[in-house]
Design a protein. Structure first.
Lengths: 307, 301
């Protein structure tokens, strides 16, 4: 009796013990920093007198003042618009290419598919910073093969690191790095479709294109939703690529993307309070977008099931 | 599942009855997909091919010869790079291996115990804990990294190896994958049988369940390894002593200095090549084991 009771206690306590490391790490490196960021965002430094000596600089309650400042800061709004424009290029192009390549890989009688699949997936192994660095050199007029070819053809050579082309150049880095991974995710779920489905469609006289459009794409819709979701989040958080390109051009400001602005405010200006407020705003926007999207995807799934 | 597809396929067949393919066409290579994929492959290999060629050029050749014309300076470039600031480049590579290797190992261990607990046991607060851990995925890294830096500064831990390692050990994505995989790979009968033999819960986990979880854990390890190796933001914020830099941050600082002195360009290019080679080699070896089925499995459930 006693040993049986002890055993059930052991079973009951076990999951909590197993989860202890994760819980501890979560508390220290997720919950505490988030709480601290919230606390900071509601405070500011008040300088008394000349700001000399101890106690001259005091943390005081700022209410929502930091938030009001951040939201009315045109630089943050501009950054958000820049990232939106960037995302409007990256996400459709990257996922469109990923879907296209995945469907092509899944076609009958395609040659050299293992080689192409590996080559397209390869950029996933290359750090974003190094990818940005490689492309950055390829954009430099002195080094670029594009400029070389355009020069030989006598065509005008656009500055790839300025103005409108800069968006395309930055987007290209993200598309290059992300297409392969998304292709593999979509391709894996294409492989999971049972072969009988296609046999039946072929017997009904469907062409490859019709099979792709009417069977394959609807059946991999869940993985498209997933890749779309992760791509959006990654796009909102763009930081390393524009930061890496900065040494190569004067057109990228230190506050080009909202996250760069957070970094600049915190470590460039040393104003951790307004940096925290901006960070919280970005986090809230990301969370609202994520949950809104997941909810929409879920309710669509339920509708599909109900049908 | 297949009935859905059949239903969807039927109208397609009805609307276009004239597209039945004859047997002779079956033998041919599918030209459009093959060419499209090869173009995609070419696009993805272009920068890699460029860096291979560019690293062979001496500083003068870099700016004077055609982009894809090989140069004569590869050995000198490697020598210059190794000599740069007393061999700091190789220190960066070693640091990256340390951060990624140790970090991924610890991260996999934490994911394994957490995923196992969430998949096998029924207990109060299970879904709450799982959802809270998952919410961590949605947190933009900068939001976490800035307060993490400020908090670690209070305990004098910034600019240390620990400051880059510790925040990356808990991976919400790793916990998620470990849970999904455990639920699929470890049958509850096996756990029950272990209890019948009055094995302790830890023993059941470490002796019975863990071996069954290995393929899933390999995936978690590889994901984390690549994620930490590619990480830039956290070391960028945490570290100021370049002896502790990982390769990404090291190359970035080299490029930053290089923008004023183009002589350093050849060092950056050679450094980028040498940094990419081990990753590509690792990638070619592991892509055989890499079970991305796990990912699409996660999509379905």
């Amino acid at each position: 009796m006693t040993s049986a009771r002890r055993k059930t206690y052991g079973v009951k306590g076990a999951p909590y013990l197993f989860l202890l490391p994760a819980t501890l790490l979560f508390a220290l490196f997720f919950a505490l920093p988030i709480g601290y960021a919230l606390w900071l965002s509601l405070h500011k430094i008040e300088v008394k007198g000349l700001g000399l000596g101890k106690g001259a600089r005091q943390e005081t309650w700022a209410g929502l003042g930091n938030y009001a400042d951040a939201l009315s800061d045109p630089e943050l709004l501009d950054g958000a618009l820049r990232v939106l424009g960037y995302g409007a290029i990256v996400v459709p192009v990257m996922l469109g290419l990923a879907l296209l390549f995945a469907l092509m890989l899944d076609t009958d009688r395609v040659r050299l598919a293992p080689f192409s699949r590996l080559a397209i997936f390869l950029p996933y192994a290359i750090p974003g910073v190094i990818a940005a660095l490689l492309w950055g050199f390829l954009y430099l007029p002195d080094l670029s093969p594009f400029h070389f070819v355009l020069d030989k053809l006598g065509l005008p050579q656009p500055d790839l690191l300025d103005g409108g082309p800069l968006y395309l150049s930055l987007s290209n880095i993200a598309v290059w790095g992300g297409t392969g991974f998304n292709m593999i995710v979509i391709y894996t779920s294409l492989r999971a479709i049972p072969a009988e489905v296609y046999e039946a469609a072929r017997l009904d006289g469907c062409s490859q294109l019709q099979i792709a459009l009417r069977i394959k794409i609807p059946m991999v819709a869940p993985s498209l939703v997933l890749t779309f979701f992760f791509s959006i989040i990654a796009t909102l958080q763009v930081f390393s690529e524009p930061t890496t390109l900065r040494p190569l051009t004067n057109s990228l400001s230190t506050t080009w993307s909202p996250l760069m602005k957070v970094y600049q405010d915190a470590f460039g200006k040393g104003d951790t309070y307004s940096a925290a407020a901006t960070a919280v705003i970005i986090a809230v926007v990301t969370l609202v977008l994520s949950f809104g999207f997941l909810r929409a995807a879920n309710s669509r799934n339920k509708q599909e099931e109900a049908r | 599942m297949s009935s859905v597809a059949l239903r969807k396929a039927a109208p397609a067949a009805g609307t276009t009855p004239g597209t039945v393919q004859g047997p002779p066409r079956r033998r041919r290579i599918a030209l459009v997909p093959t060419v499209t994929l090869l173009l995609g492959a070419l696009y993805c290999l272009l920068p890699v091919a460029w860096v291979v060629v560019a690293s062979t050029k001496s500083g003068r050749e870099l700016f004077s010869t055609f982009t894809f014309l090989p140069g004569t300076g590869f050995a000198d470039n490697v020598k210059d790079l190794s000599a740069y600031r007393g061999g700091v480049y190789w220190k960066w590579m070693g640091n990256s291996a340390l951060y990624a290797g140790l970090g991924a190992l610890l991260s996999t261990a934490v994911s394994a115990v957490s995923g196992y607990a969430l998949a096998i046991y029924r207990f109060r607060g299970r879904e709450t804990i799982f959802n809270i851990l998952l919410a961590g995925v949605l947190m933009p890294p900068v939001i976490l990294a800035v307060p993490q830096y400020l908090l670690l500064a209070k305990v004098d831990l910034t600019d240390t190896y620990a400051s880059v390692l510790l925040p990356l050990i808990l991976s919400p994505y790793g916990v998620y994958l470990a849970r999904i995989y455990t639920a699929a790979a470890v049958p509850s009968d096996v756990v029950e049988a272990g209890r019948m033999d009055s094995a302790s819960e830890w023993r059941i986990f470490s002796r019975i369940a863990l071996p069954m979880m290995i393929p899933g854990l390999v995936t978690v390890f590889l994901f984390q390894f690549v994620a930490i190796w590619n990480n830039f933001l956290l070391p960028y914020i945490m570290l100021s002593d370049d002896e502790k830099f990982p390769i990404t941050l090291g190359l970035f600082t080299l490029l930053e200095q290089g923008s004023n002195t183009p002589v350093l360009y050849t060092l950056v290019i050679t450094g980028a090549l040498l940094a990419v080679v081990p990753l590509i080699a690792l990638f070619l070896v592991i892509q055989r084991f890499w079970s991305l089925d796990l990912l699409s499995g996660a999509v379905k459930s």
